[in-house]
Design a protein around this ligand. Structure first.
Ligand code: NAD
Length: 511
């Protein structure tokens, strides 16, 4: 078995001040600007930190393009210089294979960063909009304003990616940010707390290390935006806390992502793409295909193809493969293992509690009432539920909460389009799994139970920008305005109507 790698804890020079802004669990008073001030003001251990960031935001320092660019470039240096530390920390947390860690935690983050740096000056520009006759000589535009002080709360499964990508957009949009990484991925959390802050302006960006209790206190503070990634149940807690301050939120949640496999498909290709998407990061991926819907004939064909794909990827004994991750913690392991009692174990099924190992597993003939179909699997288990045809698969999907992703495999593109047209989900990928996430040009986000809001690429910048509608009028030319002033007359109303009315295209004005 691969030995866990030891994480070298480095303290780069010049880092001491900024890393103090990270507080450890239950020890928010480690932050001199934060807890010391706030304890005396409101009793909340994070109030001082939030007001410190707010003062920095109000000073306007985060607004210039040059400042934002410099902070984003610093994020790029963090990724580059701490690459090895990231690979080691994620290996310690869940034995994430370095290929998977590089791809998901570094490469995809770099892509987001470069896309943002390449386009930021353009994205930041005021968007000039159409005007009516009265405002023809004025300036009407949408200003992309920063929200202010924003909070990013991240889960443990992609412990860098899931705070880093929102952080890029938050910085790009000119906000100050509190970052709350997951306490479950503890080695990565430590790395972020100790090292990320060394790269960023500590007046404007802070990492708070916090468990549930501390995060509850953190959420008592007023933020101007909250970006949360995690489970639907905690999403509700975060949204309730945000509602107290009328704070807008993005909720990136989880759920069960169905994968329909039609009878007309290349079974070998389907099996490889499906196995890759399900077993990447040992299934601990929010967009992983959660279960397969197919005919009984396709289940028969898929089984040997999936067995072949699993052996090709991880060898005859996946436990010994350096390319297969482990479950992140004991609690999560117990939960995943309990799902194995569903249907019939057709492939895999072995577990090892000491290592938190669950073999890549395929369950056949799973019933909708089985445990594996009652919750998001979030582990390396793929249940197959038999349906009569595509119509029944669509009915099955539509009878359940709307998922983060839907997958459909078919050589007949009409069938793929049917699944797309007749269902609803956060995202969609035809004839593959996960790959839609690699495009910064696509929105990423849930709908209904799988979340609220969207990000990636420009959408992250837009998420963290308030689109402020602005009209800057000419001080003179008062004659243009007089029709709107009292005393009102029929003639003034006619003039007003003629100058501001929007007509339906193609309607006959004579009638
Ligand atoms: P989680 O909801 O338990 O925790 C997420 C974050 O919320 C963590 O930082 C945690 O410290 C904090 N938190 C937990 N309980 C809290 C509470 N009561 N009050 C305030 N904060 C609290 O989720 P997780 O176990 O870390 O991650 C797994 C879940 O996240 C799965 O449901 C998965 O689908 C989802 N997820 C979604 C996406 C997405 O992009 N939509 C990505 C990754 C994971």
């Amino acid at each position: 078995m691969q030995q866990p790698l030891q994480l070298p804890v480095q303290q780069p020079p010049g880092c001491a001040r900024s890393s103090l802004l990270s507080s450890s669990h239950g020890a928010a008073d480690a932050n001199p600007k934060g807890s010391a001030v706030c304890s005396s003001v409101s009793g909340n251990p994070y109030a001082g930190l939030v007001s410190h960031l707010r003062a920095a935001w109000l000073s306007g320092k985060t607004r210039p393009l040059e400042y934002r660019t410099a902070q984003l470039e610093a994020l790029g240096r963090f990724l580059e210089e701490k690459k090895q530390d990231i690979l080691e920390a994620t290996a310690l947390d869940m034995r994430k294979p370095s290929f998977e860690a590089y791809f998901s935690e570094i490469l995809l983050c770099k892509n987001e960063l470069n896309d943002t740096l390449n386009n930021l000056s353009h994205w930041m520009k005021d968007e000039h909009v159409d005007k009516n006759l009265v405002t023809q000589l004025d300036s009407a535009f949408i200003r992309k304003d920063p929200y202010g002080v924003v909070l990013i709360i991240a889960p443990w499964n992609y412990p860098i990616h899931l705070f880093f990508v929102p952080l890029i957009g938050a910085i790009a949009a000119g906000n100050c940010v509190v970052i709350k990484p997951s306490e479950i991925a503890k080695n990565t959390e430590k790395l972020v707390a100790e090292m990320l802050t060394c790269y960023l302006d500590s007046d404007c960006f802070a990492v708070v290390t916090a468990g549930v209790e501390e995060t509850t206190r953190l959420l008592e503070n007023k933020f101007d935006y909250i970006f949360f990634t995690g489970s639907p149940s905690v999403g509700r807690v975060v949204m309730s806390a945000a509602a107290k301050h009328l704070t807008p939120v993005t909720l990136e949640l989880g759920g069960k992502n169905p994968c329909y496999v039609s009878n007309t498909c290349d079974v070998q290709n389907v099996a490889r793409r499906l196995a890759w998407g399900r077993f990447f990061n040992a299934g601990q991926t929010c967009v992983a295909p959660d279960y397969v819907l197919c005919s009984v004939e396709m289940q028969e064909k898929l089984m040997p193809a999936l067995r072949e794909a699993i052996t090709e990827f991880y060898g005859p004994e996946p436990r010994n493969s350096p390319d297969f991750a482990r479950i992140v913690g004991d609690k999560q392991f117990q939960r995943v293992r309990a799902l194995l009692s569903s249907g019939r174990v057709a492939i895999g099924g072995q577990t090892d509690e000491k290592e938190r190992y669950v073999a890549p597993t395929v369950l056949a003939d799973v019933q909708p009432s089985d445990p594996a179909m009652q919750e998001e699997i979030f582990g390396p288990i793929l249940p197959i539920v038999v349906v009569a045809n595509m119509d029944e698969a669509i009915e099955f999907i539509n009878a359940r909460p709307r998922p983060l992703a839907i997958y459909a495999f078919s050589c007949d593109s009409k069938e793929v389009n049917q699944v797309l047209e007749r269902t609803s989900s956060g995202g969609f990928c035809g004839n593959d799994t996960l790959m839609h996430v690699t495009l910064t040009s696509l929105t990423f986000g849930g709908i209904g139970n799988s979340g609220l809001g969207k990000y990636h690429g420009k959408f992250t910048f837009d998420t963290f920008s308030h689109h402020r509608g602005c009209l800057h009028r000419n001080m003179g030319l008062e004659a243009i305005n007089s029709p709107r002033y009292p005393p009102y007359t029929q003639q003034k109303l006619g003039l007003m109507t003629a100058t501001v009315e929007i007509k339906r295209k193609g309607t006959c004005t004579l009638l």
